[in-house]
Ligand binder design. Sequence first.
Ligand code: HEC
Ligand code: HEC
Ligand code: HEC
Ligand code: HEC
Ligand code: HEC
Ligand code: HEC
Ligand code: HEC
Length: 378
Amino acid sequence: MTSNWCRCTSCHIGYGWRDASFDFSDPSRIDCLICHDTTGTYAKVPTGCGKERAGLNLLRIAQKVGLPSRANCGACHFCGGGGDAIKHGDLDSTLKNPPGSHDVHMGGQDFSCQECHVTTGHRIAGASTTCAVSEGVVSCLDCHDERPHPEEHPLLRKLNDHQESIACQTCHIPVFAKARPTLMFWDWSKAGKDVRKLPEDPYYISTYHKKKGVLIKRQNVRPIYAWYNGKHRRYLAGDPADLDGATYINKPCGDITDPKAKITPYKLHTAIQPADAVYGCLVIPKLWGGFWKHYDWKRAAEEGMKEAGLRFSGKIRFVNTVMYWRLNHEVVPKQEALSCTQCHSPDGVMDFEALGYKGDPAITGGRFSKTPLNKSSL
Ligand code: HEC
Ligand code: HEC
Ligand code: HEC
Ligand code: HEC
Ligand code: HEC
Ligand code: HEC
Ligand code: HEC
């Protein structure tokens, strides 16, 4: 946000948040209506430093406040990263009114967001993949049993045995971005050039955008799988970047030897973005009112890094970055969950070697077992 404040603070919430001097302790700066409006008419100016749109019937809106709906939360969470479905592969405006086939909870059961993201005294539970703050965790096990599949059924009981190494989401969110394409790749190095806009294809969109560069979006994507023990290692402003390889922005922690880690599904987002070629850290550019006006990377970096309190050598180099986004929504009906052979087969969805197994664990054995677990059940 640093150096781009007013473009960002319509969602990074607060009235009149225009610079670093914003007073977080002043309750009159909190925008209650963005979460509590039930008329669907309340809206903020995207570039208005958090200000509401002019000409609203605020009296009517105030008279009709109620509990937050999925659309209220979605006003920000469906549209992060530059538009609907862009940032998250599993949160988009389809969730305002989804069919059960899209999401068994928000569709089938008409869950509100806070049904799972339990909120007490305005502390909304749920750990994010990127922001290191959280007000409690949300887990499938808040409502479901640790062994949710029928024990009496030999094959289904086997699913329960997998629970210690595989997150529920892995089998129950086999694809993401089912209804809208999500951003998978972003090449900033191409931004600022006068190239003709590429035609859009709704399923595999590759666009050129002068402000943003080349963007690739995809729909109906298979997740990638990584061990996750509840923590992500986050890249912080000023940290050294890997100028020749790839810089990981928020790599999940844990591996096959970590008993707390489980195989977890992610959307993997890759990008090419500016770094300081001499000091070796990622650059925070001033985009809004900066690069997006003059298209000069060096100037944008100078202005942005100054506001961020970081040094800048004056030399830019474009580097590869990798970002992980954990998947928790778009749980499919049980018939569509991953079945035994979707994983245990030569062309299965999971790369067992990459996860640290010798081969298919149904043959070579699970990570902590000398003999396969519950062999008698097979
Ligand atoms: C349409 C709403 C919206 C706008 C506008 C917006 N953000 Fe965000 N941003 C979010 C939400 C929501 C989150 C956190 C939770 C999430 O990812 O859903 C977030 C998270 C972030 C994060 C944490 C890392 C990440 O990607 O989640 C950064 C950094 C960030 N925003 C920067 C910015 C900057 C810089 C701007 C202005 C150029 C901006 N945002 C504008 C909605 C928005
Ligand atoms: C980020 C979204 C968000 C914002 C902003 C927000 N609220 Fe809430 N509020 C919630 C959620 C979520 C609940 C819990 C609803 C539930 O349990 O179903 C809640 C509950 C409430 C309740 C019911 C009592 C309670 O504490 O559970 C009141 C009253 C309330 N909010 C008032 C306000 C006021 C006044 C403001 C502005 C100062 C505000 N809210 C800002 C999300 C928000
Ligand atoms: C005005 C925009 C906005 C609205 C409306 C909103 N959020 Fe957020 N939410 C954000 C931003 C921005 C962040 C990232 C906060 C940060 O900087 O760490 C966030 C973070 C979160 C997180 C991640 C946990 C964390 O603390 O980082 C969860 C979960 C969440 N919000 C759920 C909800 C729910 C549920 C609702 C509806 C009751 C809601 N949000 C409404 C903007 C919003
Ligand atoms: C069926 C339960 C459920 C519902 C309903 C639900 N969520 Fe979540 N959500 C989760 C779980 C589980 C997590 C992981 C949180 C954790 O690890 O603490 C999560 C994580 C998140 C995150 C963090 C994303 C990330 O990885 O950075 C955001 C933001 C979020 N949810 C927003 C929402 C919004 C907005 C809604 C409503 C439209 C919603 N959720 C509805 C279960 C749910
Ligand atoms: C290894 C894959 C896998 C894992 C891990 C997994 N499930 Fe399942 N789950 C399935 C399959 C496949 C079905 C459908 C079984 C059937 O044919 O009825 C299912 C069915 C279900 C059902 C419906 C049960 C019923 O009796 O109708 C629920 C609820 C469920 N799973 C929740 C969970 C939860 C919660 C977790 C994490 C603790 C989890 N699952 C972990 C694969 C898995
Ligand atoms: C706030 C409680 C709550 C949370 C959290 C929650 N669920 Fe559910 N879930 C339910 C309820 C209620 C149902 C419907 C009754 C049932 O089938 O058990 C359901 C149904 C299901 C089903 C069965 C769908 C079908 O086709 O019948 C699956 C699978 C499932 N949930 C998986 C998950 C997974 C995976 C998570 C974590 C991402 C999760 N649930 C988080 C409450 C929850
Ligand atoms: C999401 C992918 C996935 C699905 C679906 C899946 N498995 Fe597995 N399976 C694994 C992984 C990963 C392991 C290793 C678990 C560990 O290390 O503890 C494993 C381990 C095993 C093992 C060896 C257990 C041991 O401890 O040595 C057997 C046998 C097995 N699976 C059979 C099945 C059967 C039968 C089904 C269907 C009912 C099934 N699997 C569904 C991924 C999967």
